[in-house]
Ligand binder design. Sequence first.
Ligand code: HEM
Ligand SMILES: [Cu+2]
Length: 552
Amino acid sequence: MSLYQPIPEPKDELPSPKRSTGLLSWFSSVDHKQIAIMYMLLALFFFIIGGLEAMVIRIQLSMPQSGFVTPQTYSQIFTMHGTTMIFLVLMPSLIGLGTYFVPMMIGANEMAFPRLNAFSFWITCLGGFVLYFSFFAGNAPNAGWFNYAPLSEKPYTANIGIDYYVIGLSITGIGSIGAALNFITTVLTRRAKQMKLNMLPLFVWMVLVNSFLILGAFPLLNSGLFMLLIDRQLDAHFFVPSTGGSALVWQHIFWSFGHPEVYILILPAWGVISEVIPVFSRKPIFGYAFVAVSSIAIGLLSFGVWMHHMFAIGMSNTVNAFFGASSLLIGVPTGVKVINWIATMYKGSIRFTVAMLFCLLFLINFTIGGLSGISFALVPVDWQLTDSYYVVAHLHYVFLGGTAFAVFAGVYYWFPKMTGRFLSEKLGKWHVWLFVTGFNMTFLVQHLLGIFGMPRRVYTYMDDLPYGFLLNGISSAGAVLMFIAVAIFLWNLYISYKKGKKAGPDPWNAWTLEWATTSPPTLQNFKELPPIHSRRPLWDLKHPENQDKRLN
Ligand code: HEM
Ligand SMILES: [Cu+2]
């Protein structure tokens, strides 16, 4: 009797591109792996653009009263930077990792809806290009990634940029909703027969919870965007106070999307961390059930805290207290998760690969970002620090030091599976150390700048800011280090793809199903699956004498 079992779907059901080689095979592809790689390349492309925009911002801010760019240009660059990094870098890179690995980790050949998958990708692409087309149409969006009304309304910003923001973002939003529906259906209907929900790899769990968050949050954003479009194009006045509308309604709609969005950007990152740390600590994750179930709680709570972005608008103390407390509450399960990861490493035999280094540095940066986040949940502290550089420091610790580090970890971990070759660990070490040094130089000092009174979203500052020149100089120098680190990363991707060390099917000795097939996988992913009785099917296969406890 063979240990292996047939895969769940019949092979001929797989939709495959009409041509299997050349550029056309990519454009016409409905294969989840090709689409995933295109998502990752899209994210990489915009990471370069968003990074160049960050450099412009940091050059402008490196000196007080600098005139490197005009205030008008600054507003556009800084708006496009934030919007790009969130919607065109982090979202597609996380959805890309999910599109590649969710089907493989559950032993499936494809996503549930392969054509919807292609649609979601191409429409995300289209949204990105609509946003950037604004530069050619005369004016890029310039009211910040949060696009606050009434600043974004016709009487205050008549230029076309805001309309591109509205249309571009609603299009990418439709792509994200399509991806979320597809993930939910895939996980619920395409799992290998023996894989029960409590055996899902944690990355799959997080993507699943995340997809429900997307279904809750993105329709809110799109509703707000359409209301704004109606205001601007049809002279309605949802958000125009002078004609009876309310600007605060925009803030409510935006942040009731915007706060869950920050969890949408961190949950899959937690998923990546929860896959990589155990493999390189050679120990199963500590507290699987807590890591999985607490994400549901965090996801639900994330819809109940949005007004912590609005403490400064003059709400009653009761409302402030409620939103302060609910924000603090989320910190608890999040903090326990950090303890889960540390406990997983405790007494493990750790391999300090680049992927693992990115995870360790994630833990440190993310904890710093979490702590500054907690300080904002304290209403009086928020009143002092809101709209200062302290916020810019906080959000970059979470987004860049958190999510982006996890994406890097995921890329180093899964590159061998996707391409059949390792990324160079030597170049990778340069990447990780230069990047983390530059990152902390850039953003750690911004906490101080904020406390000393440097405002956020403002194109320059006076030369009487305490230590303004010094601290901004350090911050800009750090940005240069990150720039070099990213250049090394790009070179690493290129050179390793061409002639990196060859990787076998399971080069890291990992346990989840994506490692049970060739690297790179064939179109069908698997010919056959190993038996699945626990969360670590490949461990059980390699250690028949010491198998994990059976869960089915
Ligand atoms: C994935 C990574 C990143 C994300 C998600 C991100 C996100 C954002 C967002 C949302 C803003 C708007 C802040 C606000 O509301 O005040 C912003 C501003 C800014 N970002 Fe980034 N960013 C990323 C990477 C970077 C990098 C690599 C740098 C390098 C220096 C950088 C430097 C800046 C600067 C200087 C500002 C301007 C802040 C201001 O003038 O108020 N960012 N970023
Ligand atoms: Cu929030």
